[in-house]
Ligand binder design. Structure first.
Ligand SMILES: [Fe+2]
Length: 412
């Protein structure tokens, strides 16, 4: 909801979320886009003005900061866990949704969340557990959500500074964080001076801090500084002998924050990297795997936390003059790619595992918007033959909002 009450939001990260759902089955498709109607959203609707986030009046923002009031907008990602659906944002409690209607059921602390619950949980297939973190001032809380049973608070560690931390990654033995030098200017945030984009200061001289948390002993954290870079999204990580392989889309700077867009990184050229991380030697050595700019990465969820062969990435107009999806073969370096017409806008490709156990067998679902036609469509691609034309395009009668992240859920 980039506009409400007749004006644009101060920053896209402030916007109320909406969930677009497309249901496929029995030879038919149906869809809807539903706004994440949090309690605070409803309160704003009744008041006829913004009361939360940096679009609210300055006085109201200071009041919210002093009283700890905030809105969980659910504008970034979705989590499907134990047959429950949650809309997530960077730094608030999850907003639970009714999977049938997408209606909001209110926020939940899942019994463990103290303040934030990030929008990037990661499930480690071998552990049948989804891990996540939450920012609580300078503290980062660590959560484990098993496929069966109650969530657990694993512990907390203190960050070197209050930064935006968008994502992390997990193996079957470690959680890995990179805390970039996008430092919160506390007085600006507290007294609402400027909008969200002015609350963070990029301090490249500070370096980036790598934090490694052993799952067997979460309080025994290793941390060390490395040369500055920025990461929005990790690809995967896995144990590799004495070291940990960490894959991510590396940005030189925090520039994309000024204009976050699913349609392309106008302010940066993210590159797919693999780092060798050895916590004992404080080593973090990176190599680019692919030269084309790419973001919104994923792997076959059955390989998450273990060495994968295939990586799926969203590609951008800068590289191919068209938005699309690529499959990178980590063994051969071969790239298969498909791109939509250059005038279309694309978002994160979502991998759907096929029937068998073979890694990479399945489908890619990717949402596109054709602005000239004023309509959106879901492209369904064969994940093993990505260069081939889509198996199907599911057209919607109108353009749906561009999204950040998505999930595939198999109907019970
Ligand atoms: Fe994200």
């Amino acid at each position: 909801m980039l506009q409400r009450f007749g004006r644009p939001v101060a920053h896209p990260f402030d916007a109320d979320g909406a969930v677009t759902a497309i249901r496929l089955g029995d030879g038919a498709a149906a869809g809807a886009t539903v706004v994440v109607a949090s309690k605070e959203y409803d309160e704003e609707e009744r008041a006829g003005r913004f009361l939360y986030g940096t679009s609210a009046s300055r006085l109201r923002q200071v009041y919210n900061n002093l009283t700890g009031h905030k809105k969980s907008t659910g504008n970034t990602n979705l989590l499907w866990w134990q047959d429950r659906l949650f809309a997530l944002m960077e730094n608030a409690r999850p907003q639970e949704l009714d999977p049938a209607t997408l209606g909001s059921l209110g926020t939940t602390d899942l019994g463990v969340v103290r303040d934030g619950f990030s929008a990037h949980p990661h499930r480690v297939a071998a552990l049948s557990t989804t891990f996540n973190f939450g920012i609580r001032g300078k503290h980062i809380d660590l959560f484990a959500l098993p496929d069966h049973g109650a969530p657990r608070l694993l512990g907390s560690f203190e960050a070197p500074w209050i930064s935006m931390v968008h994502d992390f990654i997990a193996t079957d033995k470690h959680l890995v964080f990179v805390i970039g030098p996008a430092k919160l200017i506390t007085w600006r945030a507290m007294f609402a001076v400027g909008d969200l984009s002015q609350y963070f200061r990029w301090d490249p001289d500070a370096g980036a801090m790598v934090v490694v948390v052993p799952l067997a002993c979460p309080e025994r954290v290793t941390r060390f500084l490395v040369d500055t870079f920025w990461v929005w999204h990790f690809v995967n990580a896995f144990e590799d002998g004495d070291s940990i392989a960490v894959e991510l889309c590396r940005h030189d700077t925090f520039g994309a924050f000024a204009a976050p867009s699913s349609a392309g990184p106008e302010h940066g050229q993210p590159q797919y990297y693999r780092f060798r991380l050895d916590p004992r030697r404080e080593l973090f050595e990176g190599t680019p795997l692919w030269s084309d700019p790419a973001e919104f990465p994923s792997v076959d969820p059955r390989r998450a936390g273990a060495r994968q062969r295939f990586t799926f990435l969203q590609t951008f107009p800068a590289a191919q003059k068209a938005p699309g999806v690529a499959r990178f073969d980590c063994e051969s370096g071969e790239v298969q790619a498909w791109a939509a017409p250059s005038t279309h806008l694309g978002v994160e490709p979502v991998f759907v595992p096929g029937g068998g156990d073979e890694e990479g067998a399945g489908w890619i679902l990717q949402l596109f918007q054709d602005p000239a036609a004023g309509r959106s469509y879901l492209a369904v691609l064969d994940a093993e033959h990505l260069a081939a034309p889509p198996l199907a395009r599911i057209w919607m009668p109108e353009a749906v909002p561009m999204t950040f992240h998505g999930v595939f859920v198999k109907a019970p």
